[in-house]
Design a protein around this ligand. Sequence first.
Ligand code: MSP
Length: 528
Amino acid sequence: MSSGASFYITTPIFYPSDVPHIGHGYTEVAADVLARWHRQAGDDTWLLTGTDEHGQKMLRTASANDMTPREWADRLVESSWLPLLDTLDIANDDFIRTTQERHETSAAAFLQKLYDTGFIYTGDYEGFYCVGCEEYKQPSELVAGVGPFEGERVCAIHSKPVELLHERNYFFRMSEFQERLLALYEERPDFVQPESARNEVVSFVKQGLADLSISRSSFDWGIQIPWDPQHVVYVWFDALLNYITAIGYGQDEANFERRWPGIQLVGKDILRFHAVIWPAMLMAAGLDVPKHVFAHGWLLVGGEKMSKSKLTGIAPNQITDVFGSDAFRYYFMRAITFGQDGSFSWEDLSARYQAELANGFGNLASRVVAMITRYFDGVVPQSGALQPADEAIRATVAAAARDADAAIERFAIHEAIGAIWTVVEELNGYITEQEPWVLAKQPENRERLGTVLYTAAEGLRALAVLLSPVIPKSTAKLWTSLGAPGALADQPIRTAGDWGQLPAGSAVSPLEALFPRIEQEAGVGAAR
Ligand code: MSP
């Protein structure tokens, strides 16, 4: 299934200085849902994620733990970041670590190229550096500290003091790209998404771009500058390159051509790096800029950006241990408008789990399978003549598949799920109205009973296909139980709304509860 258009999508690479929280999990799931959708649509899909292992944040955390940064990264990647992918059922195609040889070699080659073509020069810099952001801050970006930092100017994101640094280092001529970047945002209005992110970036670049300091000489944890080993590459410059080094830039040109340009999915706090610095770097190297940079919002807990450093961090497995990975994926993708901030609460998660997954979808699936088992000995019946109610279900399924695909193209994951969910709602209403249990008592209505249960089963078939990128585990169980032919992952998603793909005569098998009841005390309480 790789003959279609190239769909290469990335998550940011995460600092393995600390363990993941649900904000990181959120990005992973969103990228995975989009990738699974496109893969199932037959697009030539590649999902990349990984870890950003250089820089001062890593160095300091490692020393505070009496380890080398390499040892610290190895430990955190093995114990936390790779397991996160299992916890959330992420089907990534690759995992890059910036300490890997493939990355270091190609990143150095990229730098050398920019140096050779005159885009890099030596200069002096003095400024306030935030190690949490790994970024120099303008005085206007600092705020008054509180608590232990009262009287100091602190980073607005991390609420921690910044450090005044003075260094002689190498600079990237980013200022030269101001006009080309503005032209890019103008000509390709969907380059930066959503609209609010695009507006922010345009007004930022309009204010003028300074050159960017891209090397550091006060510590040595990083990629060496190839022509001056006293310096290491600035961690962001290094990290951004992962998106091309992972697909063979400088080493496997054929693969690079096949995948690039890709799509960068990021959190809004790191939008400027991706929508300003990154395309400028690519332009300087004569490479295509990304197809899109999409910035999602923040998960808020108690009204604030959730973060480990502010102690509001929630580990993904606190949720999945209780509700399962499908519920995690469904909840965050459905409850939050993709591109905007969203508040997390255990109450909301628990309520949606019960109402939408357990009562809405799970019950529907169990009831239909149970009725086919009971009234037709477990064999999917033939559909007879259609009545308007049956036609309406067919039309809903067709519209849901079409609308969901269009929404995914716009990165509107929440809308896609909303469109698919119309099928869950309509089918539940249809079964209540058609009362198959009443039809079953009247032998003269046998054909009608068959039509109703075929319609319901075929609706479930479409739901399994359309929801599999979001809730892969439970849809796989449903698929098996319906006795549908072939593997679920091979079902083309763009034609999932075509009616009649579930063959009459398929043998259904018992279906366990897809979303079992969760005892309030044992679940929500314990997970807090
Ligand atoms: N290492 C850099 C990214 C380099 S990409 C070339 C970095 N790492 S990070 O681990 O700090 O953050 C990675 C991502 O997690 C960012 O996209 C950030 O927005 C996201 N999130 C961190 N906290 C978050 C929330 N509370 N909510 C949603 N996403 C959040 O930045």
